[in-house]
Write a protein that binds this ligand. Structure first.
Ligand code: FES
Length: 263
């Protein structure tokens, strides 16, 4: 049955196989929609001035990368990829938007969504969990019910010990942020920094799932990397991690880079 309503569909993508799946999903959906729709495909170009993510700013300078040049290449690939869909779904109309702004991808997208108010948001990202956290859908951290919590011990930058009872499913980033434990998390879990670097007690490190390539890339940039280093935003509490101890290093890479005045 037709409702006659025009649906605003927003598809946020990067250049990854997950995005390709999301594009396929959106085109297939639109090709079958009987109601009118407006499909917008957005690729966010996140400029990171010193004030928003100093780490990335420094990283760029250090590696002589240029965010915009990099983005241009990615946009070219995406446009080429979309041509396949122009061919396979000739009736599906869409706008491709390159949205350039300062901040993290999550912040920029959140602002865009609040302005556009889409009826349906499709996110094609390798790091959906991280992105969800910054899309203002912050999971409320509520104290666990009696007997259901898992213990996590922190050794803070100052060397103090602090034990928190958290919920299964909370990430170390969530836990530190809701308990005022100093762990920077500059990119808010979108795997674009290493400021959430933590050192995991070996016994528990073994229990964690292998880090993804993206996490390893960021870990390589962490200051004071150890054999049991991980990114706190990527560790999600499970029952078998009950009792884990994580140490927050006394310095993070961005501080170090600033001190080194890399150009
Ligand atoms: S907060 Fe940036 S990678 Fe974890």
């Amino acid at each position: 049955m037709y409702s006659g309503k025009t649906y605003k569909i927003l598809l946020a993508i990067e250049e990854s196989s997950i995005s390709h799946n999301a594009i396929e999903y959106a085109f297939d959906l639109c090709s079958r929609l009987k109601d009118p729709y407006i499909l917008s495909i957005i690729y966010v170009i996140a400029l990171n001035p010193e004030t928003s993510v100093p780490f990335l700013h420094n990283l760029d300078k250090a590696n002589n990368l240029d965010i915009l040049l990099d983005a241009k290449e990615t946009v070219g690939k995406i446009r080429d990829y979309l041509k396949t869909y122009d061919h396979n779904y000739p009736n599906v109309q869409y706008d491709f938007i390159e949205h350039e702004s300062h901040g993290t991808v999550g912040e920029i997208l959140t602002e865009y969504i609040s302005l556009q108010q889409p009826n349906l948001l499709i996110i094609g990202s390798r790091n959906l969990e991280g992105l969800q956290k910054v899309l203002s859908f912050h999971k409320e951290i509520t104290p666990p019910k009696e007997g259901e919590g898992v213990k996590i011990n922190f050794v803070t930058r100052e060397g103090d010990k602090k034990t928190i009872v958290a919920n299964v499913g909370d990430s170390i980033m969530d836990i530190t942020q809701s308990h005022d434990i100093d762990l920077e998390c500059a990119c808010e879990g979108s795997l674009a920094c290493s400021t959430c670097h933590v050192i995991v007690e070996p016994k528990y490190y073994e229990k964690l799932e292998e880090p993804t390539d993206e996490e390893n890339d960021m870990l390589d940039l962490a200051f004071g990397l150890t054999e049991t280093s991980r990114l706190g935003c990527q560790i999600v509490m499970r029952k078998d991690l009950d009792g884990i101890t994580v140490t927050i290093p006394s310095a993070t890479r961005n501080v170090k880079l600033e001190e080194m005045k890399l150009s």
